[in-house]
Design a protein around this ligand. Structure first.
Ligand SMILES: NC(=O)c1ccc[n+]([C@@H]2O[C@H](COP(=O)([O-])OP(=O)(O)OC[C@H]3O[C@@H](n4cnc5c(N)ncnc54)[C@H](OP(=O)(O)O)[C@@H]3O)[C@@H](O)[C@H]2O)c1
Length: 289
């Protein structure tokens, strides 16, 4: 793998990636560089991970062949108008920015750039993420392998076509929130039946973890595992019947469909957002050294 790795934006996911690639041994601390406008955040990351901070985004682009764009989607026009013209054919740009299409990133560049669009989720912060990866037409097989290795340092990866990235956002990107809501509701049911808050939450969380591990470790379909625990006339089928009455499965399917639609809308809105007036004319940020 080409080195060093450059991370633009040392926020939540930027930090998770710095931690993941160093802790997995994929990169040594000095092989992971980052750019981050907030001096206090820069110092924190440098001290915690011993990873060198770049002087600027352009400094990072000039000295790192693999770049991860980890800024908020609304910062993308500013950052791309700055770095886009400096990107060269031998760069690999990996973007984790939700709802930002690859051709939009490419439109800021002077030449065709090898890119991968990645959609991780919040459990990546504890190396339990699920990331979908979609390559640009210029990306090579080795670029996809590089991205897989980086995101496998913070969880699992799947490869999809870019046209499915909105569906990924609606499923695994937003998915942790659906699971949090389900855990909260299950625990509330336990409390209603007399369990303490603490016991109900501990039992629910471990039940969800255990059930998910069971699917992964057996490779069995969840419907098979569900049927295995349904004794005819028993308690579990009775609970499942109540869930069907409440439209549980339809509600989850609709959650994914609705979030996917919203992701598409946000991507479209980005295309109509006015661009920073001059290329390279990124706004000066308060507090930036
Ligand atoms: N969080 C998730 O679970 C998740 C999941 C999937 C995808 N994503 C995507 O990941 C990206 C990052 O999300 P996040 O949660 O890590 O956001 P975040 O914590 O706000 O991190 C973004 C970082 O970029 C910095 N930044 C802003 N402008 C910059 C510039 N011009 N040059 C360099 N750095 C700049 C920000 O600094 P300041 O704080 O000073 O502005 C901040 O430290 C987003 O595009 C999001 O859509 C996140």
């Amino acid at each position: 793998m080409r080195k060093p790795l450059g991370i633009i934006g040392g926020g939540n996911v930027g930090e998770a990636l710095i931690a993941g690639v160093i802790q997995s041994g994929l990169f040594s601390p000095e092989e992971v560089r980052f750019s981050e406008p907030r001096p206090d955040r820069r110092d924190y990351l440098r001290e915690k991970y011993q990873a060198p901070a770049a002087k600027s985004n352009l400094d990072l682009v000039a000295h790192t062949p693999i770049l991860i764009l980890a800024v908020k989607p609304q910062s993308v026009p500013e950052v791309l108008s700055e770095i886009g013209p400096a990107l060269k054919k031998d760069h690999l740009l990996i973007s984790i920015c939700a709802g930002v299409p690859l051709d939009y990133l490419q439109s800021y560049c002077r030449q065709p750039i090898r890119m991968i669009r990645a959609m991780p989720n919040t459990p990546a912060l504890i190396q339990k993420g699920a990331t979908a990866l979609a390559p640009s037409p210029q990306a090579k097989a080795e670029d996809l392998s590089t991205a897989e290795a980086i995101f496998q340092a913070v969880g699992i990866t799947v490869i999809v076509k870019e046209s499915l990235m909105d569906a990924v956002t609606g499923l695994s990107g937003s998915g942790p929130a659906y699971v949090f809501a389900a855990i909260e509701a299950l625990a509330a049911g336990g409390v209603k039946e007399g369990l303490s808050q603490e016991a109900a939450l501990a039992l629910t969380t471990q039940t969800v973890l255990g059930a998910a591990h069971l699917i992964q470790s057996t490779g069995k379909h969840p419907a098979t595992l569900r049927d295995q625990v349904c004794t005819p006339g028993g308690t579990t089928i009775s609970g499942l019947y109540a869930m069907e009455e409440g439209g549980f499965r339809l509600a989850l399917m609709n959650a994914v469909i609705s979030a996917t639609r919203r992701s598409k809308e946000l991507g479209e809105a980005l295309r109509t957002t006015p661009r920073p007036s001059s290329p390279g004319g990124a706004k000066k940020r308060k507090g930036k050294k």
